[in-house]
Ligand binder design. Structure first.
Ligand code: PAF
Length: 288
């Protein structure tokens, strides 16, 4: 497993792989991460390893996607543990670990942004500038790694939809593959931020998954009015004494708010358990 910390070297490595494989071209898969890896990330690596002949993973805690009062400085980091986990998959050919100075040297000025319904809703409301930071860093990572396929998790569905749109609009030659959320036995979606939870908060955290499942059940029982479902989910979450950031039902492609559910919809929510912000979502599918 090769470790690269420099953009030019990363580009050289990708180019050399392509040149070395003139007869049977390599398919380069890529999993972008902020490190402190868990089984969710590993499932993305494993999905990639099935489709691709080479796999690259990046580890970079991207300052540009954190707001001034967010958790950039205390975001969990453990490079050695991450490298061991990646080595154990036996599927990763290269880990790209640039420094903040490498990605954003002094005088850095170019950002990728998109101002539309996709970025102005859900997490975009309480985390202004977050998706601009995500788009910018992923654009830079794609230019460094030059992957054929990029693997993203369903838990961060808004991010995946925005990045898919960015890739299309900016003509990146990379396919996005969205993989299922990996969960603990009690339903809590795996997230590096779960490490912030105290034992008591950890016991409370699965309420988010349970509430979303309740929404799915309501729709299966015939409820089509998004406002009714949202009201019920908020009532349940308040009963469980967590602070709600948002609960919304949206179109799963455009993220526009849905009033009457037909076909499929996405119920997405963000809550605070103590000081930790958790997000999750579930797909609602109804027959017309
Ligand atoms: O989902 C994440 O961990 C990050 O937002 C990403 C895609 C690695 C960009 O920093």
């Amino acid at each position: 497993m090769k470790i690269i910390r420099n953009i030019a070297e990363m580009q050289k490595y990708s180019d050399s792989i392509r040149r070395a494989a003139r007869k049977t071209p390599h398919i380069m898969g890529f999993v972008p991460t902020m490190g402190y890896l868990h089984e969710g990330h590993i499932s993305l690596v494993n999905a990639g390893a099935k489709d691709c002949t080479k796999m690259a993973v990046s580890i970079f805690v991207n300052p540009a996607q954190f707001g001034p009062n967010e958790d950039l400085t205390k975001y969990p980091r453990d490079e050695q543990r991450d490298l061991t986990m990646l080595e154990e998959t036996k599927s990763v050919d290269c880990v790209f670990i640039p420094s903040a100075e490498e990605m954003y040297p002094e005088g850095y000025a170019a950002y990728v942004n998109m101002e539309n319904e996709m970025t102005k809703t859900l997490c975009g409301i309480s985390r202004p500038g977050h998706f601009k930071g995500v788009m910018t860093v992923v654009a830079k990572l794609l230019n460094a790694v030059k992957p054929d396929k990029m693997y993203l998790g369903h838990k961060d569905m808004q991010q995946a939809i925005i990045l898919t749109k960015m890739i299309k609009d900016l003509n990146y030659d990379t396919e996005v593959i969205i993989c299922p959320t990996v969960r603990e036995k009690d339903g809590l979606a795996l997230s590096s931020r779960n490490s912030y939870l105290s034992p008591e908060e950890r016991n409370t955290a699965p309420v988010l998954y349970k509430a979303l499942q309740m929404a799915v059940s309501m729709s299966e029982l015939g409820e089509r009015d998004a406002a009714v479902i949202i009201r019920e989910i908020k009532r349940k979450l308040k009963e469980d004494r967590v602070e709600i950031d948002y609960v919304e039902i949206v179109n799963p492609m455009t993220l526009e708010k849905t009033e009457k559910i037909s076909g499929s919809a996405l119920i997405a929510a963000a809550i605070f358990v103590g000081k930790t912000r958790l997000i999750d979502n579930a797909v609602i599918r109804v027959s017309e």
